[in-house]
Design a protein around this ligand. Structure first.
Ligand SMILES: Cc1ncc(COP(=O)(O)O)c(C=O)c1O
Length: 427
Protein backbone atom coordinates (compact mmCIF):
# COMPACT_ATOMS: atom_id res chain seq x y z
CA UNK A 1 0.00 0.00 0.00
CA UNK A 2 2.80 2.39 0.92
CA UNK A 3 4.63 1.41 -2.29
CA UNK A 4 1.66 2.48 -4.32
CA UNK A 5 1.46 5.73 -2.38
CA UNK A 6 5.17 6.34 -2.98
CA UNK A 7 4.70 5.98 -6.74
CA UNK A 8 1.70 8.31 -6.64
CA UNK A 9 3.66 10.77 -4.49
CA UNK A 10 6.52 10.78 -6.97
CA UNK A 11 4.13 11.21 -9.86
CA UNK A 12 2.51 14.39 -8.53
CA UNK A 13 4.86 16.07 -6.04
CA UNK A 14 8.09 17.90 -6.88
CA UNK A 15 11.36 16.02 -6.52
CA UNK A 16 13.01 18.77 -4.46
CA UNK A 17 10.67 17.96 -1.56
CA UNK A 18 12.66 15.21 0.16
CA UNK A 19 11.26 12.02 1.65
CA UNK A 20 13.05 10.30 4.52
CA UNK A 21 14.29 6.68 4.27
CA UNK A 22 15.16 4.26 1.48
CA UNK A 23 11.66 2.91 2.02
CA UNK A 24 9.55 5.95 2.96
CA UNK A 25 6.83 5.43 5.54
CA UNK A 26 3.28 6.67 5.82
CA UNK A 27 2.42 7.49 9.42
CA UNK A 28 -1.24 6.63 9.93
CA UNK A 29 -1.74 6.97 13.68
CA UNK A 30 -0.02 8.26 16.76
CA UNK A 31 -0.36 8.40 20.51
CA UNK A 32 1.99 10.02 23.00
CA UNK A 33 5.53 9.71 21.64
CA UNK A 34 4.74 6.77 19.34
CA UNK A 35 3.49 6.51 15.79
CA UNK A 36 2.36 3.62 13.62
CA UNK A 37 2.95 3.29 9.89
CA UNK A 38 0.67 1.91 7.20
CA UNK A 39 2.28 -1.53 7.57
CA UNK A 40 1.33 -1.64 11.24
CA UNK A 41 4.89 -1.07 12.45
CA UNK A 42 5.22 1.18 15.49
CA UNK A 43 8.06 3.61 16.19
CA UNK A 44 9.21 5.76 19.05
CA UNK A 45 9.34 9.24 17.59
CA UNK A 46 12.41 11.33 18.47
CA UNK A 47 11.79 13.87 15.72
CA UNK A 48 8.11 14.86 16.11
CA UNK A 49 7.70 15.93 12.48
CA UNK A 50 10.72 18.25 12.82
CA UNK A 51 10.26 19.38 16.43
CA UNK A 52 6.64 20.27 15.70
CA UNK A 53 4.62 17.61 17.51
CA UNK A 54 5.82 19.24 20.69
CA UNK A 55 3.48 17.66 23.25
CA UNK A 56 2.97 14.31 21.56
CA UNK A 57 0.25 12.75 19.44
CA UNK A 58 -3.46 12.60 20.19
CA UNK A 59 -3.54 14.97 23.16
CA UNK A 60 -7.17 15.16 24.39
CA UNK A 61 -6.85 18.79 25.59
CA UNK A 62 -5.85 19.96 22.10
CA UNK A 63 -8.38 17.76 20.31
CA UNK A 64 -11.19 19.03 22.55
CA UNK A 65 -10.18 22.70 22.12
CA UNK A 66 -10.23 22.32 18.34
CA UNK A 67 -13.49 20.33 18.38
CA UNK A 68 -15.09 23.02 20.59
CA UNK A 69 -14.20 25.64 18.00
CA UNK A 70 -15.37 23.41 15.12
CA UNK A 71 -18.73 22.96 16.85
CA UNK A 72 -19.32 26.73 16.73
CA UNK A 73 -19.45 26.35 12.95
CA UNK A 74 -16.70 28.97 12.57
CA UNK A 75 -13.45 27.76 11.06
CA UNK A 76 -12.51 31.09 9.56
CA UNK A 77 -13.55 34.71 9.80
CA UNK A 78 -10.35 36.59 8.77
CA UNK A 79 -8.53 38.98 11.06
CA UNK A 80 -10.89 41.76 9.92
CA UNK A 81 -13.07 40.59 12.81
CA UNK A 82 -12.20 40.13 16.47
CA UNK A 83 -10.99 36.61 17.23
CA UNK A 84 -11.10 35.77 20.93
CA UNK A 85 -8.68 32.83 20.68
CA UNK A 86 -6.16 34.99 18.83
CA UNK A 87 -6.26 37.75 21.44
CA UNK A 88 -5.94 35.27 24.29
CA UNK A 89 -2.95 33.56 22.71
CA UNK A 90 -1.29 36.89 21.89
CA UNK A 91 -1.70 37.95 25.54
CA UNK A 92 -0.01 34.76 26.73
CA UNK A 93 2.84 34.95 24.22
CA UNK A 94 3.40 38.65 24.91
CA UNK A 95 3.65 37.89 28.64
CA UNK A 96 6.01 34.93 28.12
CA UNK A 97 8.19 36.60 25.50
CA UNK A 98 10.21 38.66 27.98
CA UNK A 99 9.74 41.61 25.60
CA UNK A 100 8.21 44.73 27.12
CA UNK A 101 4.99 46.22 25.73
CA UNK A 102 4.91 43.41 23.17
CA UNK A 103 2.74 43.06 20.08
CA UNK A 104 2.18 39.70 18.36
CA UNK A 105 1.47 39.04 14.68
CA UNK A 106 0.34 35.54 13.73
CA UNK A 107 1.25 33.75 10.51
CA UNK A 108 0.93 30.18 9.23
CA UNK A 109 4.57 29.16 9.12
CA UNK A 110 8.04 30.02 10.36
CA UNK A 111 9.19 31.45 7.06
CA UNK A 112 6.29 33.91 7.06
CA UNK A 113 7.06 34.80 10.68
CA UNK A 114 10.62 35.63 9.68
CA UNK A 115 9.41 37.62 6.66
CA UNK A 116 7.21 39.64 9.02
CA UNK A 117 10.10 40.23 11.43
CA UNK A 118 12.38 41.29 8.56
CA UNK A 119 9.59 43.52 7.22
CA UNK A 120 9.17 45.44 10.47
CA UNK A 121 12.93 45.70 11.04
CA UNK A 122 13.65 46.99 7.54
CA UNK A 123 10.65 49.36 7.70
CA UNK A 124 11.70 50.78 11.05
CA UNK A 125 15.31 51.21 10.02
CA UNK A 126 14.54 52.24 6.42
CA UNK A 127 17.30 49.90 5.26
CA UNK A 128 17.41 46.56 3.44
CA UNK A 129 20.81 45.62 4.85
CA UNK A 130 20.84 42.83 7.39
CA UNK A 131 23.26 40.53 9.16
CA UNK A 132 22.77 36.77 9.21
CA UNK A 133 24.77 33.77 10.38
CA UNK A 134 26.49 31.09 8.33
CA UNK A 135 24.87 27.64 8.61
CA UNK A 136 21.49 29.22 9.45
CA UNK A 137 18.05 28.25 8.18
CA UNK A 138 15.16 30.71 8.28
CA UNK A 139 12.69 29.39 5.70
CA UNK A 140 11.83 29.06 2.05
CA UNK A 141 10.39 32.46 1.06
CA UNK A 142 12.73 34.96 -0.55
CA UNK A 143 13.87 37.12 2.36
CA UNK A 144 14.04 34.15 4.75
CA UNK A 145 15.92 32.10 2.15
CA UNK A 146 18.18 35.07 1.50
CA UNK A 147 19.07 35.07 5.20
CA UNK A 148 19.71 31.32 5.10
CA UNK A 149 23.38 30.37 5.16
CA UNK A 150 23.06 26.78 4.09
CA UNK A 151 23.78 25.75 0.51
CA UNK A 152 21.38 22.78 0.49
CA UNK A 153 18.43 25.07 1.25
CA UNK A 154 19.43 28.11 -0.80
CA UNK A 155 17.47 27.44 -3.95
CA UNK A 156 17.77 30.94 -5.40
CA UNK A 157 20.13 33.88 -5.35
CA UNK A 158 17.18 36.27 -5.67
CA UNK A 159 17.14 38.23 -2.45
CA UNK A 160 15.36 41.42 -1.41
CA UNK A 161 18.00 41.95 1.29
CA UNK A 162 21.67 42.88 1.31
CA UNK A 163 23.15 40.29 3.65
CA UNK A 164 26.50 40.32 5.44
CA UNK A 165 27.47 37.06 7.10
CA UNK A 166 28.74 36.34 10.60
CA UNK A 167 30.48 33.14 11.67
CA UNK A 168 28.47 30.28 13.18
CA UNK A 169 29.20 28.66 16.53
CA UNK A 170 30.51 25.48 14.87
CA UNK A 171 33.10 23.97 17.25
CA UNK A 172 34.44 21.41 14.74
CA UNK A 173 35.18 23.49 11.65
CA UNK A 174 35.67 27.10 10.66
CA UNK A 175 37.78 30.01 11.82
CA UNK A 176 36.41 30.20 15.36
CA UNK A 177 36.16 26.44 15.94
CA UNK A 178 39.26 25.88 17.97
CA UNK A 179 38.84 28.85 20.31
CA UNK A 180 37.66 28.46 23.88
CA UNK A 181 34.33 30.08 24.73
CA UNK A 182 35.67 33.46 25.92
CA UNK A 183 38.03 33.77 22.95
CA UNK A 184 35.25 32.68 20.58
CA UNK A 185 33.01 35.49 21.83
CA UNK A 186 35.83 38.04 21.58
CA UNK A 187 36.71 36.94 18.04
CA UNK A 188 33.03 36.96 16.98
CA UNK A 189 32.59 40.51 18.27
CA UNK A 190 35.77 41.61 16.48
CA UNK A 191 34.50 39.96 13.30
CA UNK A 192 31.12 41.74 13.67
CA UNK A 193 32.86 45.12 13.91
CA UNK A 194 34.94 44.30 10.84
CA UNK A 195 31.87 43.11 8.87
CA UNK A 196 30.00 46.33 9.74
CA UNK A 197 33.00 48.42 8.72
CA UNK A 198 33.76 46.58 5.48
CA UNK A 199 30.57 45.02 4.12
CA UNK A 200 27.77 47.46 4.94
CA UNK A 201 26.78 51.07 4.47
CA UNK A 202 26.46 51.36 8.25
CA UNK A 203 22.69 51.68 8.57
CA UNK A 204 21.99 47.96 8.96
CA UNK A 205 18.41 46.99 9.91
CA UNK A 206 18.90 43.86 11.97
CA UNK A 207 20.71 40.66 12.77
CA UNK A 208 18.64 37.48 12.45
CA UNK A 209 20.00 34.46 14.33
CA UNK A 210 18.91 31.14 15.77
CA UNK A 211 20.06 30.53 19.37
CA UNK A 212 20.65 26.92 18.31
CA UNK A 213 20.83 26.37 14.55
CA UNK A 214 18.14 23.78 13.83
CA UNK A 215 18.57 22.62 10.24
CA UNK A 216 22.28 23.42 10.64
CA UNK A 217 22.61 20.43 12.99
CA UNK A 218 21.97 21.97 16.43
CA UNK A 219 25.12 24.07 16.30
CA UNK A 220 25.19 26.81 18.90
CA UNK A 221 27.51 29.60 19.85
CA UNK A 222 28.84 29.89 23.41
CA UNK A 223 26.33 31.20 25.96
CA UNK A 224 26.53 34.96 26.22
CA UNK A 225 27.47 35.56 22.58
CA UNK A 226 24.16 37.31 21.76
CA UNK A 227 24.70 39.73 24.67
CA UNK A 228 28.22 40.59 23.52
CA UNK A 229 27.02 41.02 19.94
CA UNK A 230 24.01 43.09 20.98
CA UNK A 231 26.25 45.61 22.73
CA UNK A 232 27.77 46.38 19.33
CA UNK A 233 24.39 46.28 17.56
CA UNK A 234 23.02 48.81 20.06
CA UNK A 235 25.81 51.25 19.18
CA UNK A 236 24.35 51.32 15.65
CA UNK A 237 20.65 50.91 16.52
CA UNK A 238 20.62 47.51 14.76
CA UNK A 239 17.77 45.25 15.90
CA UNK A 240 18.21 41.65 17.05
CA UNK A 241 15.75 39.02 15.76
CA UNK A 242 15.89 35.71 17.61
CA UNK A 243 14.50 32.92 15.42
CA UNK A 244 13.01 30.62 18.07
CA UNK A 245 11.16 28.40 15.62
CA UNK A 246 12.98 25.33 16.97
CA UNK A 247 14.24 26.56 20.35
CA UNK A 248 11.04 27.97 21.88
CA UNK A 249 8.56 26.89 24.54
CA UNK A 250 11.03 25.29 26.96
CA UNK A 251 12.59 22.78 24.56
CA UNK A 252 16.12 23.72 25.61
CA UNK A 253 15.28 22.79 29.21
CA UNK A 254 17.22 25.43 31.10
CA UNK A 255 15.25 28.23 29.48
CA UNK A 256 11.86 28.92 27.97
CA UNK A 257 13.48 30.66 24.97
CA UNK A 258 16.86 29.94 23.45
CA UNK A 259 17.87 33.60 23.70
CA UNK A 260 17.77 33.40 27.50
CA UNK A 261 21.03 31.41 27.51
CA UNK A 262 22.66 34.60 26.28
CA UNK A 263 21.51 37.04 28.95
CA UNK A 264 19.92 39.44 26.51
CA UNK A 265 16.43 40.17 25.23
CA UNK A 266 15.93 40.41 21.46
CA UNK A 267 13.90 43.17 19.81
CA UNK A 268 11.91 40.61 17.85
CA UNK A 269 11.29 36.91 18.37
CA UNK A 270 9.81 34.52 15.83
CA UNK A 271 8.03 31.26 16.63
CA UNK A 272 6.36 28.41 14.71
CA UNK A 273 6.48 24.61 14.71
CA UNK A 274 5.69 23.44 18.28
CA UNK A 275 3.13 26.05 19.31
CA UNK A 276 0.41 24.46 17.14
CA UNK A 277 1.54 20.87 17.86
CA UNK A 278 0.87 20.28 14.17
CA UNK A 279 -1.78 22.94 13.48
CA UNK A 280 -0.42 25.68 11.20
CA UNK A 281 0.51 28.46 13.60
CA UNK A 282 3.48 30.79 13.79
CA UNK A 283 4.24 34.42 14.39
CA UNK A 284 6.47 37.24 15.50
CA UNK A 285 6.50 39.16 18.75
CA UNK A 286 8.30 42.44 19.34
CA UNK A 287 8.23 45.76 21.14
CA UNK A 288 5.28 47.96 20.11
CA UNK A 289 7.38 50.69 18.54
CA UNK A 290 9.17 48.10 16.40
CA UNK A 291 6.10 46.03 15.48
CA UNK A 292 4.04 49.12 14.65
CA UNK A 293 6.66 50.42 12.20
CA UNK A 294 5.05 48.93 9.07
CA UNK A 295 4.12 51.76 6.70
CA UNK A 296 1.16 50.11 4.99
CA UNK A 297 -1.66 47.68 5.68
CA UNK A 298 -0.48 44.10 6.10
CA UNK A 299 -2.44 41.01 7.07
CA UNK A 300 -2.46 37.26 6.69
CA UNK A 301 -5.70 35.57 5.63
CA UNK A 302 -5.19 32.46 7.72
CA UNK A 303 -2.73 33.82 10.30
CA UNK A 304 -4.18 33.57 13.81
CA UNK A 305 -7.39 31.87 12.64
CA UNK A 306 -9.82 30.48 15.24
CA UNK A 307 -8.82 26.84 14.76
CA UNK A 308 -5.03 27.24 14.91
CA UNK A 309 -5.17 29.66 17.83
CA UNK A 310 -7.60 27.38 19.70
CA UNK A 311 -4.96 24.68 19.28
CA UNK A 312 -2.15 27.09 20.21
CA UNK A 313 -3.87 28.12 23.45
CA UNK A 314 -4.41 24.50 24.43
CA UNK A 315 -0.81 23.55 23.56
CA UNK A 316 0.71 26.44 25.47
CA UNK A 317 -1.50 25.80 28.51
CA UNK A 318 -0.44 22.14 28.38
CA UNK A 319 3.25 23.04 28.24
CA UNK A 320 2.90 25.34 31.26
CA UNK A 321 0.47 23.19 33.30
CA UNK A 322 2.69 20.11 32.93
CA UNK A 323 5.95 21.99 33.40
CA UNK A 324 7.33 20.48 30.21
CA UNK A 325 10.36 22.76 30.29
CA UNK A 326 11.45 20.99 33.46
CA UNK A 327 10.79 17.62 31.81
CA UNK A 328 12.88 18.68 28.80
CA UNK A 329 15.74 19.55 31.12
CA UNK A 330 15.55 16.33 33.13
CA UNK A 331 15.03 13.90 30.26
CA UNK A 332 17.42 15.83 28.03
CA UNK A 333 20.17 15.38 30.63
CA UNK A 334 19.57 11.61 30.65
CA UNK A 335 19.71 11.48 26.85
CA UNK A 336 22.81 13.66 26.67
CA UNK A 337 24.67 11.56 29.21
CA UNK A 338 23.65 8.35 27.43
CA UNK A 339 24.67 9.67 24.01
CA UNK A 340 28.03 10.85 25.37
CA UNK A 341 28.64 7.36 26.80
CA UNK A 342 27.88 5.82 23.40
CA UNK A 343 30.12 8.37 21.66
CA UNK A 344 33.03 7.54 23.96
CA UNK A 345 33.16 4.04 22.40
CA UNK A 346 32.73 5.19 18.80
CA UNK A 347 35.37 7.44 17.24
CA UNK A 348 33.01 8.09 14.30
CA UNK A 349 30.97 10.31 16.64
CA UNK A 350 32.88 13.59 16.65
CA UNK A 351 30.49 15.53 18.83
CA UNK A 352 27.34 15.13 20.90
CA UNK A 353 25.74 18.52 21.40
CA UNK A 354 22.58 20.44 22.17
CA UNK A 355 20.54 21.07 25.28
CA UNK A 356 17.27 19.91 26.72
CA UNK A 357 15.34 17.86 24.18
CA UNK A 358 17.27 19.23 21.22
CA UNK A 359 20.27 16.94 20.83
CA UNK A 360 22.51 16.00 17.93
CA UNK A 361 25.36 13.67 17.12
CA UNK A 362 27.79 14.46 14.34
CA UNK A 363 29.43 11.63 12.39
CA UNK A 364 32.89 11.91 10.82
CA UNK A 365 35.61 9.67 9.48
CA UNK A 366 37.37 8.51 12.67
CA UNK A 367 40.38 10.59 13.60
CA UNK A 368 39.36 13.49 11.33
CA UNK A 369 36.62 16.13 11.16
CA UNK A 370 35.72 15.01 7.65
CA UNK A 371 31.92 14.73 7.56
CA UNK A 372 30.59 11.21 7.00
CA UNK A 373 27.08 11.59 5.64
CA UNK A 374 27.00 7.94 4.56
CA UNK A 375 27.62 6.78 8.15
CA UNK A 376 24.91 9.16 9.39
CA UNK A 377 22.58 7.68 6.77
CA UNK A 378 23.33 4.15 7.96
CA UNK A 379 22.65 5.01 11.62
CA UNK A 380 19.46 6.77 10.53
CA UNK A 381 18.18 3.69 8.65
CA UNK A 382 19.27 1.26 11.38
CA UNK A 383 17.51 3.36 14.03
CA UNK A 384 14.33 3.11 12.00
CA UNK A 385 14.83 -0.65 11.66
CA UNK A 386 15.12 -0.75 15.46
CA UNK A 387 11.89 1.22 15.86
CA UNK A 388 13.15 4.79 16.37
CA UNK A 389 12.58 7.84 14.18
CA UNK A 390 15.25 10.56 14.31
CA UNK A 391 16.09 13.49 12.02
CA UNK A 392 19.04 14.32 9.82
CA UNK A 393 20.71 17.65 9.19
CA UNK A 394 23.86 19.70 9.38
CA UNK A 395 25.68 21.59 6.66
CA UNK A 396 27.09 18.32 5.29
CA UNK A 397 24.12 16.04 6.06
CA UNK A 398 26.18 14.09 8.61
CA UNK A 399 24.29 15.06 11.77
CA UNK A 400 21.52 13.06 13.45
CA UNK A 401 18.99 15.24 15.21
CA UNK A 402 16.80 14.33 18.15
CA UNK A 403 13.87 16.61 18.98
CA UNK A 404 11.25 14.38 20.61
CA UNK A 405 8.01 15.63 22.15
CA UNK A 406 8.67 17.48 25.42
CA UNK A 407 6.46 14.88 27.09
CA UNK A 408 9.06 12.11 26.57
CA UNK A 409 9.35 9.85 29.63
CA UNK A 410 12.56 8.51 31.14
CA UNK A 411 11.61 5.00 30.04
CA UNK A 412 11.09 6.15 26.45
CA UNK A 413 14.37 8.08 26.54
CA UNK A 414 16.26 4.96 27.64
CA UNK A 415 14.47 2.83 25.04
CA UNK A 416 15.49 5.28 22.29
CA UNK A 417 19.03 5.45 23.60
CA UNK A 418 19.40 1.67 23.43
CA UNK A 419 18.16 1.64 19.82
CA UNK A 420 20.54 4.43 18.87
CA UNK A 421 23.49 2.80 20.62
CA UNK A 422 22.81 -0.40 18.70
CA UNK A 423 22.44 1.49 15.41
CA UNK A 424 25.73 3.34 15.92
CA UNK A 425 27.52 0.12 16.85
CA UNK A 426 26.22 -1.63 13.72
CA UNK A 427 26.78 1.25 11.29
C1 LIG B 1 14.83 28.01 12.68
C2 LIG B 1 13.79 27.93 11.62
N1 LIG B 1 13.25 29.08 11.14
C3 LIG B 1 12.29 29.05 10.19
C4 LIG B 1 11.83 27.87 9.67
C5 LIG B 1 10.77 27.88 8.60
O1 LIG B 1 9.58 27.43 9.14
P1 LIG B 1 8.39 26.89 8.20
O2 LIG B 1 8.89 25.65 7.54
O3 LIG B 1 7.25 26.69 9.16
O4 LIG B 1 8.10 27.97 7.22
C6 LIG B 1 12.35 26.66 10.15
C7 LIG B 1 11.86 25.37 9.59
O5 LIG B 1 12.47 24.34 9.73
C8 LIG B 1 13.35 26.70 11.14
O6 LIG B 1 13.89 25.58 11.62
Amino acid sequence: MTDDLLARHQAVLPKWMPLYYAEPIEIVSGSGCRVTDANGRSYLDFFGGVLTTMIGYDVPEVREAVERQLRTGVVHTSTLYLIRQQVELAEKIARLSGIEDARVFFTNSGTEANEAALLVATNLRRSNQILAVRNSYHGRTYAAMGATGHRSWSASSLNPLQVAWLHSGDRLRGLLAKLDEADHIEAAVEDLREVLATQTAGDVACLIAEPIQGVGGFVSAPDGLFAAIKKVLDEYGILLISDEVQTGWGRTGEHFWGYQAHGVTPDLLTFAKGIGNGFALAGVVGRAEVMNAVQAISFSTFGGNPISTAAGNAVLDYVLDHNLQENAQRIGAILLEGLRAVAADHPAVAEVRGRGLMLAIELVRPGTVEPDAAAAGRVFELAKEGGLLVGKGGLYGNVLRMGPPLTLSEEEAREGLAILADAIARA
